[in-house]
Write a protein that binds this ligand. Structure first.
Ligand code: CNA
Length: 322
């Protein structure tokens, strides 16, 4: 006689799946009850990895794969302003392919999910740490978007501050043949280095970051953010990493990421309910997590959420229309 044996592992997997389903239902019901302009999203490199752009800190990310030949003090030196001024070649050599091909990358489902939230009038702001421009390509409006770490859309001469367009930088890079030439030099002063307008470690964030931070996270205004959506970031780079702490105490927060990070590490499974008594009224709010081991990727999480919200067709329409 053969008997069916259910292993402990498969039981656990089933339990995890059920747990995740419950969590996705809860998240969807929160989203369905949100007022206008009450969602703030914070995004990082993980939202763009399925578009083919490596992040920094995954096993296959830039920091793990930087060639030894550059002899960098540490992987972050590649984007450190003091190091760049002394030795800009490693940055340009490694960025060359990205700058040349960056028009070819397409937004991911998670980018389009943010566009869908915008279309529904729910989106207040996207704070992206990314420099790939995919949020703009996905149709996020300029007034809704804060590119916290700048972009490759323009460049500036570090000596005479002359401005250059992306097309100028692309044409210059195309003409580079050897590592020795691998630095963009200013056409105006002839000596300065032209740095793409991305924010390096040690540089100030754009004014727009501080302006929007004031109107989204200060005083009474912070109460307007009812749902903080954090996607694809290890929350290791300040000040953006600190935004997740700046929200009002009853703001629901969802992290969609491979691993838990920052204060989301407190979540034991997929969600954490925090009950608090204020003015003798008991209030509860939730932190949510969608990632491993329950969900394998950001795209998969977004698909699950759209299915639960019944937004699949609308998401498809956006993808096809852009
Ligand atoms: P990071 O530190 O590399 O973290 C990325 C996070 O995303 C990690 O926690 C990963 O586990 C997670 N992740 C990656 N792919 C997936 C996936 N498919 N599914 C689920 N989770 C995934 O990057 P951060 O954004 O936190 O760090 C900030 C830096 C990265 C900023 O200064 C950016 O400019 C910089 N960066 C940007 C890009 C870009 O513009 N696309 C690419 C690489 C680095």
């Amino acid at each position: 006689m053969t008997s069916i044996v259910i292993s402990e592992d498969s039981n656990k997997e089933e339990e995890q799946k059920e747990e995740m389903k419950k969590c996705v239902k809860q998240i969807a019901s929160v989203i369905q009850s949100l007022p206008k302009e009450s969602v703030i999203a914070i995004t990082g490199a993980g939202i763009s990895t399925s578009a083919g752009i490596p992040d920094f800190r995954s096993n296959t990310g830039v920091f793990a794969t930087i060639p030894q030949k550059y002899n960098l003090p540490n992987p972050q030196s590649l984007f450190d302003i003091d190091y760049f001024v002394e030795n800009p070649k490693p940055f340009f050599e490694l960025s060359k392919d990205f700058i040349l091909s960056h028009n070819q990358y397409k937004p991911t489902k998670a980018h389009y999910f943010l566009t869908l939230l915008q279309q529904k009038g729910l989106l207040k702001r996207v704070y992206t740490q990314n420099i790939d421009g995919l949020d703009l390509k996905a149709g996020i409006l300029d007034e809704k978007l804060v590119m916290c770490h700048g972009s490759y859309e323009s460049g500036t001469c570090l000596s005479c501050t002359n401005k250059f367009t992306k097309d100028w930088m692309i044409n210059q890079i195309k003409s580079i043949t050897t590592l020795e030439d691998c630095v963009l030099r200013c056409d105006n002063c002839k000596t300065g280095i032209v740095k793409p307008d991305i924010v390096f470690y040690g540089e100030e964030l754009p004014d727009k970051y501080f302006k929007c931070h004031k109107s989204d996270f200060h005083g009474e205004a912070k109460r307007n953010c009812k749902f903080l959506l954090v996607i694809g970031t290890s929350l290791q780079v300040a000040p953006v990493s600190t935004l997740v702490e700046n929200v009002y105490v009853y703001t629901h927060r969802l992290l969609v990421n491979r691993e838990k990070c920052g204060t989301f590490k407190k979540i034991s499974d997929c969600s954490l309910e925090i009950i608090s008594t204020k003015n003798e009224v008991e209030e509860s709010y939730f932190d949510f997590f969608m990632g491993e081991p329950y969900i394998n990727s950001i795209d998969e999480a977004i698909e699950m959420l759209c299915e639960e919200l019944n937004w699949e067709e609308e998401l498809k329409e956006i993808v096809n229309s852009l």
